[in-house]
Design a protein around this ligand. Structure first.
Ligand code: B16
Ligand code: MG
Length: 218
């Protein structure tokens, strides 16, 4: 049985639910650009990079815009998102997330963050856990976004643990794909239609059964 030495946690959707803030920021931009955008559309952006999210949001309208305008819209959305992040505090942990962090440390495991977000450090600071992690891999650490495994490979390197001894916890389909592509054990959070490819699937962060994973009872 493979010995598990590190856990790499995705941030948005596993530790805290920033999806609603991302939605509000994208919606404000979409309204300004007269592009239709619903909560359901927002689901497709889960775990997806900022640039790819904008391309998905624009859809057939993408050809109306120059590269310069795309850059400006990415910056505009991010400024809206950062305004909303000022509201985040320790009350914004997803149920079970704070407990999970403590349990992982109690088991003597290394714990890293593997997030596509360039706002990772701001979010961790607002949650009061910036210094908790042994390693942080975020949107600045690598150039290829999920589903490429790079953000998790970087996280594994940051805690000095080989990929095969790492568990990745992810709520996005692209994130589960990235973990598997990186040769890691994937734990999916959410409905099976979304994260069903993962080695272990749980509905919510609070449902994660650490002993099941550590004992390899897939
Ligand atoms: P930013 P994760 C992802 O974070 C989000 O799920 C996704 O909605 C967002 O577009 C992406 O980060 C980039 O975030 O615009 O803040 O750089 O799930 O990988 O923790
Ligand atoms: Mg996520």
């Amino acid at each position: 049985m493979t010995e598990i030495k590190a856990f790499i946690l995705d941030l948005d959707g596993v530790v805290t639910d920033t999806a609603e803030y991302h939605f509000q920021a994208w919606k404000r931009l979409a309204d300004e650009e007269n592009v239709p955008f619903t909560r359901q559309d927002n689901e497709k952006l889960r775990g997806v990079s900022r640039r790819r999210s904008l391309e998905l949001l624009l859809g057939e309208h993408r050809s109306r815009y120059t590269e310069e305008q795309i850059e400006e819209m990415m910056a505009r959305k991010n400024s809206y998102y950062q305004e909303l992040l000022q509201e985040i505090s320790e009350k914004d942990f997803l149920p079970g997330a704070r407990q999970l962090l403590d349990d992982l440390k109690k088991h003597g495991l290394k714990v890293a963050i593997g997030s596509g977000s360039k706002n990772t450090r701001t979010v961790l600071t607002r949650l009061g856990i910036l210094n908790f992690f042994d390693g942080i891999s975020d949107g600045y650490s690598v150039t290829r976004a999920k589903p490429a495994p790079d953000v998790f490979v970087y996280a594994a390197g940051s805690v000095g643990v080989p990929a095969e001894n790492c568990v990745v916890v992810e709520d996005a389909e692209v994130g589960v794909e990235a973990a598997i592509a990186g040769g890691m054990i994937a734990v999916g959070i959410g409905p099976k239609e979304r994260i069903g490819q993962a080695h272990y699937c749980y509905e919510n962060t609070a449902d994660i059964d650490l002993n099941q994973i550590l004992n390899g009872e897939a």
